[in-house]
Design a protein around this ligand. Structure first.
Ligand code: GLP
Length: 247
C-alpha cells in the first residue's frame, strides 16, 4: 500500500484525477467503480476540466456504482446514483446505459446483487476502484465487520454511518436504515485502488487503516492485503503537525 500525502484538498483532487486519467489512458475501456461522498468530488471536477482541455477521454470507460440506499429510487436527488450522475457521469458525458447500477428498490435486491456481481465478473473484475473512507473504516457501505470475501449485498447501516450521512438527509433520523453495497470481494480484487482521504476528522480512522490490525472490523484495513493500492490523503487527514504521525 502506497501513501501519497497531498498538501491540501485541491492537491489531493489533482493527484487523484491524474491517477484516474493515467489508468484510463492505459486502458480506455477500464471498468471503474466510483464512490460518491464528498471526498472524490474535487477529483471528478478536475477530470471534467481535463476532458474539456483534451487531456482526458471518458468515452469508453465502464463505470460501476459503488453503493445505494435501499428503497430510494435511483432518480431521487438523495440517491447515491443521482449524486454520481451529477458529479461524474453528466459532466463527462457518460450515458446512463453505460453504467452498471445497483438496485434501489428492486423487488428482489438479493437477485439484483447477484446480477451486479455477475456483471463485475463479466467485465473481468475492476480495473480501478476509486474509494472514500467511512468514519468507521467502511468502504462503500461495507460496514464493520465485513470479511474480505463479502459479496455485493444488502446491509443495515451502523450508527456511525447514520450519523455521518445525516447532514445529507437533513438529520440522522431521515437517513435510510439499509443500503446495498458492492462487496469487499470485488473491491479487494481491483487491479488498482485509490483510497481518497481528506480532513482532520478522518485522522484516527486513517491511522487505523494504515497501521492498525488488518481486520474485518476496519474494512479499509483489508486493503493492505490487496494488490496495487494508493492512499491519497491530505495533510489534514495525516496530521502532519502531530509528532507521533509516521508518514
Ligand atoms: C459514505 C459512502 C461511501 C463514502 C464514504 C465517505 O457513507 N457510503 O461510499 O466513500 O462514506 O464519504 P465522504 O467522502 O463524504 O467522507
Amino acid at each position: 500500500m502506497n501513501l501519497i500525502v497531498a498538501n491540501d484538498y485541491a492537491d489531493l483532487s489533482r493527484v487523484a484525477a491524474e491517477r484516474i486519467a493515467a489508468a484510463v489512458a492505459r486502458k480506455p475501456d477500464a471498468a471503474i467503480v466510483l464512490a460518491t461522498g464528498n471526498t472524490p468530488m474535487g477529483a471528478y471536477a478536475e477530470l471534467a476540466r481535463m476532458q474539456r482541455a483534451g487531456a482526458f477521454d471518458a468515452t469508453h470507460i465502464r463505470p460501476f456504482q459503488l453503493d445505494a440506499y435501499l428503497g430510494i429510487p435511483f432518480d431521487d436527488e438523495r440517491a447515491l446514483y443521482g449524486w454520481l450522475e451529477r458529479a461524474f457521469l453528466r459532466p463527462l458525458g457518460i450515458a446512463r446505459e453505460r453504467v452498471v447500477m445497483l438496485p434501489d428498490g428492486a423487488p428482489d435486491p438479493e437477485a439484483a446483487c447477484r446480477a451486479y456481481d455477475a456483471a463485475v465478473d463479466a467485465a473481468g473484475g475492476f480495473d480501478l476502484a476509486v474509494l472514500g473512507l467511512g468514519p468507521n473504516g467502511h468502504l462503500g457501505f461495507n460496514e464493520p465487520p465485513s470479511p474480505a470475501d463479502a459479496p455485493t449485498r444488502r446491509v443495515i447501516l451502523t450508527e456511525a454511518s447514520l450519523n455521518s450521512n445525516g447532514p445529507y438527509w437533513g438529520g440522522r433520523d431521515r437517513v435510510p436504515r439499509e443500503a446495498i453495497t458492492c462487496g469487499m470481494r470485488h473491491l479487494l480484487a481491483a487491479r488498482e485502488t485509490l483510497l481518497l482521504v481528506s480532513g482532520a476528522h478522518k485522522r484516527e480512522i486513517l491511522r487505523a487503516t494504515l497501521y492498525g490490525p488488518v481486520t474485518s472490523d476496519v474494512p479499509a484495513s483489508l486493503l493492505r492485503l490487496a494488490g496495487k493500492v494508493t492512499v491519497i490523503a491530505d495533510a489534514a487527514a495525516c496530521g502532519r503537525d502531530d509528532p507521533t504521525w509516521r508518514c
